[in-house]
Design a protein around this ligand. Structure first.
Ligand SMILES: *[C@@H]1O[C@H](CO)[C@@H](O)[C@H](O)[C@H]1NC(C)=O
Ligand SMILES: *[C@@H]1O[C@H](CO)[C@@H](O)[C@H](O)[C@H]1NC(C)=O
Ligand SMILES: *[C@@H]1O[C@H](CO)[C@@H](O)[C@H](O)[C@H]1NC(C)=O
Ligand SMILES: *[C@@H]1O[C@H](CO)[C@@H](O)[C@H](O)[C@H]1NC(C)=O
Ligand SMILES: *[C@@H]1O[C@H](CO)[C@@H](O)[C@H](O)[C@H]1NC(C)=O
Length: 509
């Protein structure tokens, strides 16, 4: 007996030494008071500059995760999207050889697997990056052919509670690449490929599983946060692209807008643009600003449901259009345009992805899925788009904390034809009138109405370069209301045609 007791206490103290890092309240980011933006635990602006790293916990060892996170931190990323129970399958071990669960039971987490996740969450935080936890991939709710998976309304609360209690305060994105309104995608895809229009298949409403997962997470977080009865995490679902006709648009709020647990709105504008696009004939990923506008408008129509909005999966840099090597791949310019347009249309930030990075393909260990020209994550890590995303954040943050929460989309100040799809000129402004910004993807002259500026005196005008974050100031004489509509001609420079116009009252500088 004595001997057993001794061994037991030694084991306990070893456990204590290795005790998981506990996520603290400073980690939290929450919606701003009007629900449009994000703020940190001190109430200060938080700009969501996310990178996509779905398989981070599964495929990278600690040294590589350090390399990855250091690179993203140096480029201003504030969030990294990573999956707990990954796409790889319940019988697929992580890089260390550990499975996510004991006995293929989602109610029995395998401690070493999640202890490693803890270590990466902590490492990210040390570098100033928050993990947006994706507890499980969508296939565990249902597969493409609409068969149920291991996460059900009865198992999801237990798994959710585990995730919430272990990772309180982390923003969370439920069950990536799924919809609560789901048809047989396998059959629909086959119909399109054969050139036909799919018949109406049975629709299954999977939202009871999402509700169960969400309530498990919230209960777990409240248990972890002593005495909290009110804490609500930043929580959304990550819908697929606009897959099915006849149902709601694939926006988190279109499916689940009446849920109090849905505190962040999200869509996936996706990777396919060619017309006619066989899997999704009516959608074009070159207009990611459109679902952003729709989500923003959904909030405006009902003040109680205003939520920060994000395009959670725009086209990844170095991914072929529709992931198909018969088509060109998305480049840095495509990625810049989508991000600027989404943010100016009202998004609380942006999401970036590099195709070999999001899946962490490693030569000889994890083969690329073939959806892009790159087959090694370290090569795709340095794609130029990843460096350029920070300049979107800079342009917004440079306008100052005092106006951060007053920003509004301002498409109405563009006079004449703003352009369509990814040629559209997009504007945003301070609702109190201290500045306006206009992004042009084309370099062509455009006209705007400047009367939203609160004063005509001492306006500082500049062109902000989306490639390096520098300003070129130029002379601008404001003549007041009589000449309210002004045409601006962007600079001509080798290498790119996109520019951001900034007009700002000097008094606010
Ligand atoms: C984390 O919290 C648990 C439970 O409260 C505690 O046992 C453990 O010592 C804490 N770990 C650290 C590193 O503070
Ligand atoms: C991680 O993998 C790299 C090879 O990609 C190797 O050089 C390194 O030693 C490994 N680190 C750990 C901690 O296993
Ligand atoms: C979905 O469609 C596929 C292909 O037509 C078929 O094999 C499968 O049985 C269907 N699944 C369901 C749940 O009906
Ligand atoms: C929880 O509430 C009790 C009673 O009000 C209080 O004594 C205790 O300090 C609280 N704990 C925390 C961690 O806030
Ligand atoms: C990027 O791709 C677009 C098409 O999406 C093309 O028009 C443009 O020329 C490409 N830019 C570069 C630098 O290759």
């Amino acid at each position: 007996m004595r001997l057993t007791g001794g061994v037991f206490s030694v084991a306990l103290s070893v456990l204590n030494v290795a005790a998981a890092w506990n996520v603290t309240a400073e980690y939290a980011i929450t919606p701003s008071s009007d629900g449009r933006f994000l703020r940190d635990a001190n109430g200060l602006p938080f700009f969501w500059q996310a990178d996509t790293a779905w398989l981070l916990f599964h495929r990278l060892n600690y040294t590589e995760a350090e390399t990855y996170l250091s690179d993203r931190a140096s480029k201003g990323f504030t969030v990294v999207l990573a999956v707990g129970f990954t796409q790889e399958g319940i019988t697929s071990p992580n890089r260390n050889g550990d499975l996510p669960f004991v006995g293929k039971d989602v109610r029995q987490p395998n401690e070493p697997y999640w202890a490693y996740v803890d270590s990466i969450v902590e490492l990210a935080k040390d570098k100033g990056i928050r993990i947006c936890m994706v507890p499980a991939w969508g296939q565990y709710v249902h597969d493409s052919a609409n068969n149920p998976g291991v996460l059900t309304a009865s198992t999801a609360p237990t798994f959710g509670h585990f995730i919430g209690q272990r990772y309180p305060y982390l923003p969370k994105t439920l069950v990536a690449d799924t919809n609560p309104w789901w048809e047989n995608k396998t059959a629909v895809k086959a119909d399109y490929t054969a050139g036909g229009v799919p018949p109406a298949y049975n629709v299954v409403d999977w939202s009871p599983v999402y509700d169960a997962l969400a309530s498990g997470i919230i209960a777990g977080e409240r248990d972890a946060i002593a005495n909290s009865t009110t804490w609500s995490p930043l929580l959304t679902i990550h819908p697929t692209n606009q897959w099915f006709s006849g149902g709601p648009l694939a926006l988190a709020s279109a499916f689940l807008g009446d849920r109090s647990w849905l505190t962040l709105d999200a869509c996936q504008s996706g990777h396919a643009d060619f017309p006619p696009n066989p899997p999704i004939p009516w959608w074009n990923a070159r207009r990611g600003w459109e679902p952003v506008e729709q989500m923003y408008a959904a909030g405006a129509h009902d003040g109680t449901h205003a939520r920060p909005v994000l395009d959670n999966e725009p086209h990844y840099e170095n991914r072929y259009s529709n992931g198909n090597s018969a088509h060109p791949w998305w480049n840095a310019s495509d990625v810049r345009t989508g991000s600027w347009q989404a943010v100016f249309s009202g998004a609380a930030g942006l999401t970036y992805g590099a195709n070999a990075v999001m899946q962490f393909s490693i030569t000889g260990l994890y083969a690329s899925d073939g959806t892009g020209p790159g087959d090694y994550w370290l090569a795709d890590l340095t794609l130029s788009g990843s460096d350029q995303m920070q300049w979107v954040q800079k342009a917004i943050r440079d306008r100052g904390d005092a106006t951060y929460f007053q920003r509004v989309p301002a498409q109405d100040i563009i006079m004449g034809d703003a352009g369509v799809d990814d040629k559209r000129v997009t504007a945003t402004r301070d609702s109190a009138g201290s500045w306006v910004m206009v992004y042009t993807p084309t370099g062509e002259p455009f006209a705007i109405d400047t009367t939203s500026l609160a004063s005509c005196d001492d306006i500082q005008a500049s062109w902000f370069d989306p490639l390096d974050g520098t300003y070129k100031t130029f002379e601008f004489v404001c003549h007041g209301v009589s000449e309210a509509v002004v045409t601006f001609t962007p600079p001509v420079e080798d290498g790119h045609v996109d520019w951001t116009l900034v007009l700002e009252l000097s008094t606010s500088l």
